[in-house]
Design a protein around this ligand. Structure first.
Ligand code: X8Z
Ligand code: ZN
Length: 609
């Protein structure tokens, strides 16, 4: 939740009236400064109240809370549009670089803009809140009293090895997408109109113009990096397909075609970490060297709050300030039993002046959620690091940076780190380190697997936004892209009414997804560079920045910039380079890539596009 998206009601009206009372039409830099000051004040005054309304809407999904959320969204949308209109009146005024950046941010910080029209803004706000609520309350009943929500479907997908049961759960959850289709298309229609009114070609142009370069140039940058990483993904895909085929048989997983989406240990096939045991077994040790964190959490009886404290301690070891008391009091850590919440994990900056920062997450005591907690705290410590910046600059260098902070730390969760914090014995740490392929495989099943997924998702949206994808082709185009980029296919033909994208939070939730792609790339660039700077010698997967003052200092310095500078400046401050590159990820996984190439030597790899 970014406070920039929440301009306030009263002061925007003040802005409008004060501008219209101007006697002269010639604007100058001090007018721009006065405008920016009012916007700043406006954010401080009513932003926190709006955030509270959204917080309630996501923590208590009811008819009334959604009405309040839709009403706030409508009013703030209109006010943000009015602000953007006013900011553009300074287009030809000579202003400082800093003020120009602020004005540009006011003009472009939209995800789903409506036209400046009360009716359309209201319609868009209602659709958006309804879609999010449909996802948050989504469940499917196979019969009376045989109902599943996402978490119960996920517990099947994450753990079962019965293909029939997996298929039932996989198809079951996707029923929640079907009723979203028409609403989604109407939302896109309004959003495109709003984007054009703001001077963009449409939603895709708006979304990809937010990276300090032309949209087209940025898109080609993302493709360039994919070109670097594809051989690594292909090698992993080939090996996993072979092992799954050995386990399930050719009828379930063919050795030639796409990987069927239901047997990958994750509802969306976006991380395959849960099928690690099916794809790798240690060759050089009798005891499996795998660190089973889920089992350790259980054995040590570590609860949800303690998991968050462990992640907080990692940040504290880097010199960050401990989390505030209100974080602990006001966050949601455990899924409530008596009301509906949006369980998808998120971090909130409700009022950074008062350090009112929170996470909302239905934590389960497993390895995946331990990682997600680090991810969420990454957002929180970023908010904290840039809280001294003017409100307009309180954001990530770009949205990918925001997603990368916590993920960076997860690369430092090494066997030695586990030993240092008392989770495993020294003997177990030595045992785990003795098999680097095991460690790298665990990381790759998450990190490498997510690369084409995080790239394809917005490619699907781009097709829908531009109208190239017809209504009839919405679901098929989703699967064509999944096949093309990920080599993953639907386990069975999808029905004519299916709308599978709707079963992934970020589609009804309208969260741009390329940010996670950028984060995946940056995470390894940050890691490699920090490890070099702290003088680490050895394989990158053994490097941990835990408790390292220099690494902490470098990281905090970059985060403190917020979005006051172009993202390339922030990247350069930490790594010395200004460009995205897949090289760091390739370096990290080089030993695994060599191993995979040997395994795959006599296999037929790839899939037909
Ligand atoms: O949505 C998230 C975070 C919240 S920003 C939990 N992630 C993406 C996802 O779950 O699909 C993190 C990884 C990718
Ligand atoms: Zn995130």
């Amino acid at each position: 939740m970014n406070k920039l998206l929440l301009p306030s009601l009263l002061l925007s009206i003040f802005v409008i009236s004060s501008c219209s009372s101007q006697q002269s039409n010639v604007l100058n830099e001090s007018d721009a400064e006065a405008f920016l000051e009012r916007v700043e004040l406006e954010d401080k005054t009513l932003g926190p109240i709006a955030s509270s309304a959204y917080w309630i809407g996501s923590n208590f999904i009811t008819y009334d809370s959604q009405k309040v959320v839709a009403d706030y969204s409508k009013r703030f949308q209109l006010l943000a549009l009015e602000r953007a209109r006013q900011a553009s009146t300074f287009d030809s005024v000579e202003v400082s670089k800093e003020n120009r950046r602020k004005l540009n941010l006011i003009k472009s910080s939209f995800v789903m803009p409506s036209p400046l029209d009360e009716g359309l803004a209201g319609e868009l706000a209602s659709i958006s809140s309804e879609l999010e609520a449909m996802y948050g309350t989504g469940q499917h009943c196979f019969a009376k009293n045989d109902c599943y929500d996402l978490e119960s479907f996920e517990s099947v997908i994450d753990n079962s090895r019965d293909p029939e049961e997996l298929l039932k759960a996989w198809e079951g959850w996707r029923n929640i997408g079907k009723p979203m289709k028409d609403m989604y298309l109407r939302m896109v229609e309004i959003g495109n109109q709003g984007s054009r009114d703001l001077g963009y070609e449409g939603l895709t142009d708006l979304w990809f113009s937010q990276y300090d370069m032309d949209a087209e140039e940025f898109l080609s940058e993302t493709d360039r990096v994919w070109g670097e990483l594809k051989p690594l993904y292909d090698a992993l895909h080939c090996h996993v397909r072979n092992e799954l085929s050995e386990h399930y048989g050719e009828e379930v997983v063919s050795k030639e075609g796409y990987l069927p989406a239901h047997v990958l240990g994750n509802m969306w096939g976006q991380s395959w970490a849960n099928i690690y045991d099916l794809v790798y077994s240690s060759e050089n040790s009798a005891e499996d060297s795998f660190i089973d964190l889920t089992k350790i959490l259980e054995e040590k009886n570590i609860n949800e709050i303690e998991m968050v404290e462990m992640a907080e301690n990692f940040f504290i070891s880097l010199g960050f300030q401990p989390l505030s008391e209100t974080f602990w009091e006001r966050s949601l850590f455990i899924k409530p039993q008596d009301h509906n919440v949006v369980c998808h994990a998120s971090a909130w900056d409700l009022n950074s002046d008062e350090n009112d920062l929170r996470i909302k997450m239905c934590i389960e005591r497993n390895a995946e959620d331990f990682s997600t907690i680090h991810h969420e705290l990454g957002h929180i410590f970023y908010y904290q690091a840039y809280s001294h910046q003017p409100d307009i600059f309180q954001g990530g260098a770009n949205d990918g940076f925001h997603e990368a902070v916590g993920d960076l730390l997860t690369l430092s969760i090494t066997p030695d780190y586990y030993h240092k914090i008392g989770m495993i014995s020294e003997v177990d740490a030595i045992e785990a380190k003795s098999d680097p392929i095991s460690l790298l495989m665990q990381q790759a099943l998450d990190g490498v697997v997510s690369v084409p997924w995080t790239l394809m998702l917005d490619k699907w949206r781009a097709g829908v936004f531009s109208g190239e994808t017809s209504k009839e082709d919405l679901n098929n185009s989703w699967w064509r892209l999944r096949e093309y980029y990920q080599g993953i296919g639907a386990p069975r033909e999808r029905g004519i009414d299916a709308f599978d994208p709707g079963a992934k939070y970020h589609i009804p939730g309208n969260t741009p997804y390329t940010r996670y792609y950028i984060a995946k790339i940056l995470q390894y660039q940050f890691h490699e560079s920090l490890c070099n700077q702290i003088g680490f010698k050895g394989p990158l997967h053994e490097c941990s920045i835990y408790d390292n003052d220099l690494a902490g200092e470098k990281l905090r310095a970059m985060l403190a910039l917020g979005q006051s500078q172009e993202w390339q400046v922030a990247l350069e401050a930490l790594t010395g380079t200004r460009t995205l590159s897949g090289k760091s990820m390739l370096n990290y996984y080089q030993p695994l890539k060599d191993w995979l190439d040997t395994q795959n030597a006599n296999r037929s790899c790839g899939w037909e596009d």
